[in-house]
Design a protein around this ligand. Structure first.
Ligand code: ADP
Ligand code: MG
Length: 430
């Protein structure tokens, strides 16, 4: 069970606490000051007290919000130097990320005499294993780590603090079996922390399985929101979807992100769009990391102004100038709608969310539109109202102030079930 707790709202007369006030020791706080870090970022203020107390933590916040120190500081504070096998473990999806995290650790681990080592593919395994064996904290990609364990070059049974960094991306890259195997090797009484851009779906299930009594912290600004976008629904028959899309794309636009349900669907639609003369790329979980980075790069630079993506793959996408999000395949629920369409109309710019609705999806999409306060737009499309008795589950989220932004507009702490989020603080006051 995750702990429910009331929101701690920071007011101007309650300034951000210092690292010391959050429970960080003087030597570590001094090491942070030496790096020019005087004040904790929001996610650090939220996570540090619980993490330093040894609690399991689930944390969600935007890229660049300072998550690394939110887990690096507690690990450095809680672990003790030893010359046996590692007691701290960080799993990260890519080699780049693992080495970045290692650098952040190095800056503060020295003052506590802790040895840090990274483990990832593409470099000689022998020397790497030797360093890892004698270190206190290992930062690793799952595949290479398991390789070391399988060759009996490294043991993980003394690990008493484990962090899954960018957990959503790790799962997205197919690391779930590896991550699961690794977690099962660690001390059962360990502290587990999970950092992710989303805590929905598979990530949520992983968290539930491998954490105990975890505290959830979210930095609300990170949540996508659809308040600044305009929204349109288009009724379309299944066989006409691609033609309808081409028609939409012919009008004026900038960067357009198109969502489909399946990997194969993404490949197929991107291919069809290229045949029609568009510069379209695809992005999905079946692609290798370099392939994805290339696809993202081409989209970010505008050399491909269309990107066809699946939900999970688009999660890491952090661009401010997407002008259109098109739900070629309807989103699964209101949360998915916000995650998708929330990628446009950011940073004060305009943007449009466009959703194709086939006859068999009318009811479901109608319900989503209603939940998100987009019922008028839905009706505008000439789509019939869903029968009122269809929504007989007792939830009416439009009436309690939680529509449109599933993630809070304020930094707050709450129960994992977002229906437990305090009403009225869901719209960010930008
Ligand atoms: P995330 O993991 O959330 O994407 P990072 O941990 O990589 O974010 O941090 C982003 C950047 O912010 C890094 O360059 C990091 O050194 C810097 N940073 C982190 N915490 C602070 C702080 N308290 N004060 C100033 N800079 C910070
Ligand atoms: Mg990070």
């Amino acid at each position: 069970m995750h702990q429910a707790s009331s929101a701690a709202v920071r007011t101007p007369d309650r300034p951000e606490p210092s690292f010391r006030e959050l429970g960080v020791s003087e030597p570590v706080a001094e090491a942070l000051r030496m790096r020019g870090f005087e004040h904790p970022f929001a996610i650090q203020s939220l996570v540090l007290p619980d993490a330093l107390a040894g609690r399991d933590v689930l944390a969600r916040s935007r890229t660049g919000s300072g998550k690394t120190l939110a887990f690096a500081v507690p690990l450095v504070e809680r672990l003790h130097p030893s010359d046996r096998s590692p007691t701290g473990l960080i799993l990260a999806p890519t080699r780049e990320l693992a080495s970045q995290v290692t650098e952040e650790f190095r800056a503060i681990a020295d003052v506590r005499h802790l040895q840090v080592a990274s483990v990832y593919g593409g470099v000689g395994i022998g020397p790497q294993a030797k360093r890892a064996r004698h270190s206190d904290i290992v930062i690793a990609t799952p595949g290479r780590l398991l390789d070391l364990v399988a060759r009996k070059l490294l043991r993980l049974d003394r690990v008493r603090a484990c962090v899954l960094d960018e957990a959503d991306r790790m799962l997205d890259m197919g690391f779930l079996p590896d991550v699961t195997r690794i977690l099962e090797m660690l001390r059962p009484d360990r502290q587990t922390m999970l950092f992710s851009a989303t805590l929905d779906g598979e990530v949520g299930r992983l968290a539930k399985r491998f954490t105990r009594d975890a505290v959830l912290h979210e930095n609300g600004d990170a949540g996508p929101n659809i308040n600044h976008a305009s929204h349109r629904f288009i009724a379309v028959e299944h066989p006409q979807k691609t033609r309808a899309l081409v028609r939409e794309l012919a009008s004026d636009r900038g960067l357009t992100l198109i969502f489909v349900r399946t990997q194969r669907g993404a490949d197929r639609l991107a291919r069809n769009l290229r045949k029609e003369g568009f510069s379209a790329g695809e992005l999905h979980g079946g692609m290798s990391q370099p392939q994805r980075e290339r696809a993202l790069g081409r989209f970010a630079s505008g050399s491909n102004d269309l990107l066809v993506a699946t939900d999970v793959a688009a999660r890491g996408l952090d661009l401010d100038d997407i002008t259109h999000v098109i739900n070629f395949d309807a989103p699964a629920d209101d949360k998915a709608y916000v995650h998708r369409v929330g990628r446009t109309a950011r940073a004060g710019r305009g943007g449009e969310g466009l959703t194709f609705v086939t006859p068999d999806q009318r009811l479901e999409v109608g319900r989503i539109a209603k939940q998100l306060d987009l019922h008028a737009e839905f009706v505008d499309a000439g789509l019939s109202k869903p029968a009122p008795h269809q929504n007989g589950n007792g939830h009416s989220r439009t009436s309690n102030g939680q529509a449109r932004t599933p993630k809070g507009g304020n930094t707050h702490r709450r129960h994992q079930d977002r229906r437990g989020a305090p009403a009225g603080r869901t719209r960010s006051a930008r």
